[in-house]
Design a protein around this ligand. Structure first.
Ligand SMILES: [Zn+2]
Length: 487
């Protein structure tokens, strides 16, 4: 049976990309016993209600059947898990804006994949897409280690580096500024080559940020040639970098992040109804990243809803000192602009965009807060913006899988799908905060203990002292010449 599954997936994915296929295999050479999860409640990923758990049979890493009776299975070879009446089982959750990059020593954003991955998984996030990377080789190597069973973490969908001048992080302010990673005279051939290089590394979705309209058109075209999807941060970089969202949608952009208009209400947001119509027509996904834009303002306004555990303990003592000294940066958006972001999210939902909402944390780490926990701040913020909890949970599960094009295998609790499941304490349909109390996590049928994962990351993130900075410094890479991605 296992051999058949392996050959089946291998055959499918070798056609797409030789590097991706392993993402779907269970690495263990020892077959897992059949597992039945009974008791408690079940949210399937798309219904408005939870239902009494009918009994889930997990076989060879997949959900084999729903509605099974343990009495029909041999006790000696079947593992039985009985959930408590107060527990709810859900599909594993998706973070569609899961940065693994952290700026800990004021030397730029760099990736830390090992412990952040453990924290995502401990928080019930079984799949991440990383929305722009500065050290993509770290992300890809960790993805491959996880897929080979040599490391523990979520299903890691790499984005590759930023496609656009954000490769030079915040040093590029306007289009005229030069970036060695994305030169102003970049040619169409170079742009298409870049997409090809990262497609060969198994990237199935890219992030566009600070590209010109013409660059974006080429990027989307080349990505789509490979069956890859595209997401973009559109913003007002002193006008010159603007790609109008409606224009981007007509180019074929698959996902938009942060905001739907570049305004904060009033005249500058007047195009909102047309934008929403166009998003519905072209099925463009949206992750609003409210928790990041609300920042310190929202945490001050709703401390009990946004903070519930000591996240600082996962940093090294030295890093805790650095980040404490740095203090909270100002929020990314002021009150008026934040209210407009909430409004845009709510209006897209009310206009019929339920299936287009996805959850993304967008938490590059500048403070003592971490993306795995930020995920639950985002769920709460979406609820607080006026979305029903069932809609938020669908965004967190099935919609995330759809947006990544993997909904035939992930995102809901249905027979035939991969057994990526989480068990939480309480009813998240009634109180979204129940989703943050994760009792069990399964990925491809393998169970992970959230408490053990949390413990494994304690005191680990960041440099250990001033002599340990080397891995935490961002070096921009030239597109021409010594591009490490070409190795
Ligand atoms: Zn981001």
């Amino acid at each position: 049976m296992r051999g058949t599954v392996r050959i089946f997936w291998a055959a499918i994915f070798l056609l797409v990309s030789p590097q991706i296929w392993a993402q779907w295999l269970h690495p263990s050479s020892v077959p897992l016993p059949d597992t039945i999860i009974q008791g408690g409640w079940l949210f399937d990923g798309f219904s408005d209600q939870r239902q009494a758990n009918p009994g889930i049979l997990i076989r060879a890493g997949r959900i084999a059947e729903l509605g099974v009776n343990p009495a029909d299975f041999p006790l000696a070879t079947t593992r039985l898990i009985v959930l408590d009446k107060a527990e709810t089982i859900l599909p594993g959750m998706f973070d569609l804006h899961a940065h693994y990059n952290l700026d800990l020593i004021d030397e730029g954003r760099v990736e830390e994949v090992i412990y952040n991955g453990a924290l995502f998984l401990a928080n019930g996030v079984t799949t991440t897409w990383s929305a722009g990377e500065y050290y993509p080789e770290r992300v890809i190597a960790q993805r491959d280690r996880i897929d080979a069973g040599e490391a523990i973490g979520p299903r890691l969908f790499a984005s590759g580096p930023y496609f656009g001048a954000f490769r030079c992080e915040y040093s590029v302010k306007v289009a005229a500024d030069e970036c060695i990673g994305w030169p102003n005279d970049i040619t169409e051939t170079e742009i298409r080559n870049e997409v090809d290089v990262w497609q060969r590394a198994g990237v199935s979705s890219i992030k566009i940020k600070q590209a010109t309209p013409e660059e974006m058109r080429i990027l989307i075209d080349q990505a789509h040639k490979h069956g890859m999807t595209t997401a973009s941060h559109l913003a007002n970089y002193n006008v010159e970098y603007d790609v109008d969202l409606q224009a981007a949608i007509l180019m074929g952009l698959d996902r938009v992040e942060h905001q739907l208009t570049l305004g904060s209400g009033g005249e500058r947001s007047a195009e909102l109804p047309e934008v929403i119509d166009l998003m519905l027509e072209h099925e463009v996904y949206y992750d609003a990243n409210l928790q990041m834009y609300g920042g310190i303002n929202e945490r001050r306004a709703h401390p009990d809803d946004m903070l519930w555990t000591n996240e600082a303990q996962y940093f090294t003592p030295y890093t805790q000192e650095l980040l404490t000294a740095r203090g909270d940066p100002p929020p990314e958006s002021g009150a008026k602009e934040f209210a407009q972001r909430e409004r845009e999210l709510r209006l897209l939902y009310e206009a019929g965009g339920r299936d287009l909402l996805v959850v993304g944390t967008d938490e590059p780490v500048y403070t003592l807060l971490l993306p795995g926990f930020a995920y639950h701040r985002e769920l709460w913020a979406m609820h607080h913006a006026g979305l029903p909890n069932a809609v938020v949970l669908q965004a967190a599960t099935l919609n995330g899988a759809r947006a990544l094009g993997v909904h035939d295998r992930l995102g809901s609790i249905e027979a035939g799908k991969q057994a990526d499941l989480i068990v939480v304490q309480g009813n998240p349909l009634q109180d979204i905060k129940a989703a943050r109390h994760v009792n069990r996590v399964f990925k491809a049928g393998v169970e992970y203990d959230p408490q053990a994962l949390l413990k494994s990351a304690k005191g680990k993130i960041g440099p250990n002292g001033p002599d340990d900075h080397a891995d935490w410094v961002l070096h921009y890479r030239a597109l021409r010449g010594d591009d490490l991605s070409q190795e």
